[in-house]
Design a protein around this ligand. Structure first.
Ligand code: FE
Ligand code: FE
Ligand code: ZN
Length: 283
């Protein structure tokens, strides 16, 4: 039997390859990282030495299904032209960095319309994804993250995500990242057994389960359908552990990487405990 791919978002502080050590220290088999500051548009290019040390460390650690989370500043659906331009440039750079590091997935918040309306925002996102993906020179996929629906963020319904996937011509390198906190906050009730079946049935019908390439495993501090994005430690929020138990045993997602983005401490003891807990849920 293959090892389940579970891990967490870990820091690259000090050096990129230190993320690999951090992932191993919590017993992870996959991880998510930023490859640059998550609050900056651009960064100096990665140097070759850095890239090769990172790749060697990943190989030695046998981490698979790694994902990069792109900068929080990026909004390729932005109403304002300068923001849109910077976002396209920044996302292109993020993709190049992930490709250079041989990382298979780049997670992206689809965007927000800031008053311009959902429809035009979705079109703009698809248009800009085409621009970015046209320059793709590797196998790294951009994964659209399911959103909680805060403010004017788009991508909190399966229909909106489907529209982005369909409007993008270059979509063979596009997939979806399912964030459990966001899904629950967006109004998809995964808290019951029937709800579990129904939500994934809907996902399959509207988007297609084959496009689901990664999970963010977070509990939700806020109640169902709150449209708020507040992550909580597994078991401490409003998503019951029965959900995570089913997910960990769902053979459809056996090889899909799953990472925690829950609040943790500097020593990541909380992550360690959560990963242990997740592993204990597997039958
Ligand atoms: Fe995210
Ligand atoms: Fe997330
Ligand atoms: Zn979130």
């Amino acid at each position: 039997m293959h090892k389940p791919l579970i891990g967490a978002h870990v820091s690259i502080s000090g050096h990129l390859h230190l993320a690999v050590e951090r992932a191993l220290s919590i017993g992870a088999t996959t991880m998510q990282i930023f490859t640059k500051s998550n609050r900056s548009w651009f960064d100096k290019p990665l140097d070759l030495e850095e890239v090769s040390v990172f790749k060697k460390a990943v190989k030695a650690a046998d981490l698979r299904g790694i994902m990069v989370h792109s900068s929080y500043l990026i909004n390729i659906g932005a109403k304002e032209e300068s923001t849109e331009k910077n976002s396209v440039k920044s996302l292109t750079l993020e993709l190049e960095r992930a490709e250079a590091l041989d990382i298979p997935f780049l997670v992206l918040h689809p965007g927000s319309h800031t008053g311009a309306g959902t429809e035009s925002c979705l079109k703009k996102i698809a248009h800009n994804l085409d621009i970015v993906l046209k320059k793709a020179s590797g196998n790294t996929m951009i994964l659209i993250e399911t959103m909680a629906g805060q403010g004017t963020n788009v991508g909190s319904t399966f229909e909106e995500i489907k529209q982005i996937l369909e409007l993008t011509k270059n979509n063979h390198l596009l997939g979806v990242c399912f964030d459990t906190c966001h899904i629950f906050s967006a109004g998809y009730d995964i808290s019951t057994d029937d709800g579990y079946d129904e939500v994934f049935k809907q996902f399959d019908k509207i988007i297609g389960l084959k496009h689901l390439k990664a999970f963010h495993l977070n509990d939700s501090k806020t109640e169902f359908n709150s449209h708020k994005d507040r992550h909580e430690e597994l078991g401490k929020g409003n998503i019951p552990m029965t959900f995570f138990k089913r997910l960990m045993n769902d053979q459809r997602f056996a090889v899909v990487p799953k990472v925690l983005e829950t609040p943790t401490d500097p020593d990541m003891e909380l992550y360690k405990r959560e990963l242990k807990l997740l592993r204990s849920l597997i039958d």
